[in-house]
Design a protein around this ligand. Structure first.
Ligand code: NAD
Ligand code: TYD
Length: 355
């Protein structure tokens, strides 16, 4: 089986759903269920015999050791993290704890387990560290997109904590030989994304007739990738990537934030017209994020040339699917808004130990 950390989050949840749809191999999902962990995302697989959920924290060394001994995973896909830049500005401590100390604990537990394996299992074992393009800092308009060889220049506490974990993953390969793979991906969007991130926030605020907050001048650029394409890239690197290597993953799709918000408004005007007028009337420019990186863009030629991965979804098709998904899933949205998703674990597992 494979061990997925952070599988109740946005990308990890999509990854598990896709994995179980495409493969017979079981998945162990280890997730602490912070505010970002939502088991409702995985409701369709919770009774699947190939799926095991354990509520637990990646910082807990003993828990990790016990899970490795019990489940003997052949690979780890490490998503668990604090992931929201704005939260990292208000409270960086949680980011250091989970992203740095938690990744350290996981690498150490993986190494201890890996050392007990026989030669063939040691060779085929993989530790896949899921990271971000934000470790590379901010680009000027005229700069070339981030390549794997770009220097690390993290600007936010989130990016700094992810950079630290990338450095440890690299060191555990070079020092101990642990077969580590790292992917650095651009901004993801798609179903099941927590509502505080730009694209879902814009959709649900528009539907509620609320302001659509755009930071600063709205001209910051992100390179957007549909989450299913990211999950496919991870499966490809896990299966065929070279240990010790890093792979940049991106959509080749640079958009300003204001263009994203306008595109969502345009789709909603078609799919869910509002008698009050066009949704763009709700756009509201607000104070900028401190230290706001101006532009991210990914050069994905390495993964394309070595592994033949390319995004399947265009921005237009991916955004339409995403808007349609949020329109079609009002209960998932309402449960996040009301906090009812937090009760899911109690409801689902009442009377039974979750682990
Ligand atoms: P998310 O915030 O939606 O989910 C994170 C998950 O990790 C949650 O389920 C949470 O409960 C869990 N978690 C947090 N702390 C934990 C801990 N101490 N122990 C166990 N579980 C814990 O994040 P996401 O957007 O799905 O991102 C997943 C990974 O992908 C992160 O490592 C992030 O840095 C990376 N990434 C995200 C993006 C993006 O656009 N969202 C882009 C590139 C890379
Ligand atoms: P976000 O989804 O938080 O991702 P990240 O900061 O990790 O790239 O934000 C994407 C972009 O959208 C970023 O430039 C900040 C901007 N933004 C807004 O303009 N308004 C908002 O309400 C939010 C949440 C983000």
């Amino acid at each position: 089986m494979i061990l997925v950390t952070g599988g109740a989050g946005f990308i990890g949840g999509n990854f598990i759903l896709d994995w179980l749809a495409e493969s017979d191999e079981p998945v162990l999902n280890l997730d602490a269920l912070t505010y970002a962990g939502n088991l409702e995302t995985l409701a369709t697989v919770e009774d699947d015999p190939r799926y095991v959920f354990v509520q637990g924290d990646i910082c807990e060394h003993e828990l990790l050791g016990g899970l490795f001994a019990k489940y003997r995973p052949r690979a780890i896909v490490h998503f668990a993290a604090e992931s929201h830049v704005d939260r990292s500005i208000h409270g960086p401590g949680d980011f250091v704890r989970t992203n740095v100390e938690g990744s350290f604990a996981l690498l150490e537990a993986a190494r201890a387990y890996w050392n007990t394996l026989g030669e063939a299992e040691r060779t085929s074992f993989r530790f896949h560290h899921v990271s971000t393009d934000e470790v590379f800092g901010s680009l000027q308009a005229e700069d070339a997109p981030f390549a794997e060889t770009n220097p690390y220049l993290p600007n936010s506490p989130y990016a700094a904590s992810k950079a630290a974990s990338d450095h440890m993953a690299r060191a555990w390969f070079h020092t101990y030989g642990l077969p580590v793979l790292t992917t650095n991906c651009s901004n993801n969007y798609g179903p099941y994304q927590f509502l505080e991130k730009l694209i879902p926030l814009t959709i649900v605020n528009a539907l509620a007739g609320k302001a659509l907050p755009v930071y600063g001048d709205g001209l910051n650029v992100r390179d957007w990738l549909y989450v299913g394409d990211h999950c496919r890239a991870i499966r490809s690197v896990l299966a065929h990537g070279r240990p010790g290597e890093t792979y940049n993953v991106g959509g080749g799709c640079e958009k300003t934030n204001i263009d994203i918000v306008r595109a969502i408004c345009g789709l909603l005007d078609q799919l869910w017209p509002d008698a009050g007028g066009r949704y763009e009337r709700l756009v509201t420019f607000v104070a900028d994020r401190p230290g706001h990186d101006r532009r991210y863009a990914i050069d994905a030629r390495k993964i394309e040339q070595e592994l033949g991965w390319r995004p399947a979804e265009s921005f237009e098709s991916g955004l339409r699917k995403t808007v349609q998904w949020y329109l079609a899933n009002p209960k998932w949205v309402a449960d996040v808004q009301s906090g009812a998703y937090r009760a899911w674990v109690d409801r689902q597992y009442s009377g039974a130990a979750v682990a």
